[in-house]
Design a protein around this ligand. Sequence first.
Ligand SMILES: [Zn+2]
Length: 131
Amino acid sequence: MEEKTSNKIMKIMEFDDAVYYRANCGCGSEDHDLALELEYDSELNDISLNMYKKLIYCSEFGINPSDKLYALKSIYYRIKGALTLLLTGVVEVEESFLFTSSEQINHFIIALQEGIEKLNTKNVKNDKKSK
Ligand SMILES: [Zn+2]
């Protein structure tokens, strides 16, 4: 029940106390998508936003493809990453999410504002029930 709310921002699901979106990265790769969970927290009586993103460790990242030592460097970074994970338990990764236009940024903002308005309505209903 995927519903398109705006340019590259989709409302995926909607419940009384939560709204889920998926935002597409401007580069076009589905691996870079951002999942957003806008949720009413009854304990805090406020709205929280969780963002989820797949992160990938890539041993080829940052190596120029025309580098003569490309394959060797890739293997070196792969072993280095594996050893870092093995010895420390942590590998640091970083990924970007790209907005390609002010229109896409505005649609992202509008989608979140609509979600907040919907959940604030829930918030008001709860306030009335508790009184
Ligand atoms: Zn991307």
